[in-house]
Design a protein around this ligand. Structure first.
Ligand code: PHE
Length: 344
């Protein structure tokens, strides 16, 4: 039994095996333990000698167990040190860094230009009261121009809530809550039931501007927009003001930018995919604030006049970057955004 135990101990390859060996050869039911128990049954003369032999054997086995245990523990530790070594020079699974959307960058860039002129940034909700989106802006219920704006209505209809079709309701919100002089800019999302194509999307971005002060004229409007266009698109950019109509401004104009692709070459480049030979791209609408709007929003129209404009931010960005299609803006592919970095 002693030889068998010592051989098994030497053969134990790891701590688990040694545990089994200990149970089998030194446990309560091991041959040596049984032998120890049988000593009492021997004739007294034989007991002493048998007791010494069994005792010695058990001692040797226990010693061998302890020695092997120590050996295996050292081995185990060494193996762990090797196996669990961390190679700090290996590349890590880096999380890809997110990126700011170029339209966000453009919005902030435009807002910064106006803040630089001393204007403030105003905000309004995208889910808007019909009254603020239309009525306050001289677009009464039966006004024909209401149908010009392809509106998303929310249910139930009797709540009179729309997805704002332009940022102009922020004009009304501002006049209702602030006293003139007012110089505010409001960039934001707007919604229209437009088909989705290269230059249209049912959700797009506008930046609204509103000035209400004493003695404000169309000249201030023109000067401001020309200055900002130059800041945005570089010196030498041409703008064009075309007479137009908006119920909330009088007189009204539409502002065009020189086409950034064909640059309005003469004779006209009819094949230009961006302006289709027009030489100009529409940027937005503007005008002198209609006194009826001032009155509806609680501003004294005898004392104050103002100007307002609403420009397309997506268009401005297309112009700025030469992007051919608006679609890439809203597909949510981070690879598109990351190409523009963190600043325009
Ligand atoms: N709200 C108009 C539009 O979306 C633009 C505009 C704003 C025109 C302010 C005049 C004054 O088309």
């Amino acid at each position: 039994a002693r030889e068998a135990a010592l051989a098994a101990i030497a053969g134990a390859a790891d701590l688990d095996q040694l545990k089994q060996v200990r149970l089998a050869h030194a446990g309560d039911r091991s041959p040596l333990a049984l032998a120890n128990r049988e000593i009492g049954a021997l004739p007294p003369a034989a007991r002493k000698e048998a007791g010494q032999r069994v005792g010695r054997a058990r001692g040797e086995v226990n010693q061998a167990l302890a020695a092997r245990q120590a050996e295996l523990e050292v081995e185990h530790e060494e193996r762990m040190l090797v196996e669990e070594t961390v190679d700090v020079t290996l590349p890590t699974d880096r999380l890809p860094q997110g990126s700011r959307h170029p339209i966000t960058l453009m919005s902030e860039h435009i807002a910064d230009l106006f803040v630089g002129l001393g204007w403030e940034v105003a905000e309004g909700p995208v889910v808007e009261a019909e009254w603020l989106n239309f009525d306050a802006l001289n677009l009464g219920p039966d006004h024909p121009a209401r149908t010009m704006q392809d509106t998303f209505w929310t249910e139930p209809a009797e709540n009179h809530v729309v997805l704002r079709t332009h940022t102009s309701p922020v004009q009304a919100r501002t006049m209702l809550t602030r006293e003139p002089p007012i110089y505010v800019i409001c960039p934001g999302r707007v919604f229209r039931t437009d088909e989705y194509d290269a230059t249209h999307s049912p959700m797009f971005h506008q930046v609204e501007g509103l000035v209400v002060d004493r003695g404000i004229t169309m000249a201030h409007l023109k000067g401001t927009l020309d200055h900002v266009a130059e800041q945005l698109f570089g010196e030498g950019i041409s703008t064009r003001f075309r007479p137009s109509y908006f119920p909330f401004t009088e007189p009204s104009a539409e502002v065009d930018l020189r086409c950034f692709v064909c640059r309005g070459a003469e004779p006209a480049v009819a094949s230009c995919r961006t302006c289709r030979g027009e030489g100009w791209i529409e940027w937005g609408g503007c005008g002198v604030v209609n006194p009826r709007v001032l009155t509806a929003c609680g501003v004294d129209s005898d004392t104050y006049t103002g100007f307002a404009f609403g420009m397309g931010i997506d268009r401005a960005f297309m112009f700025h970057s030469g992007a051919a299609s608006m679609r890439d803006f809203f597909e949510g592919d981070v690879r598109y955004s990351s190409a523009f970095g963190t600043e325009l």
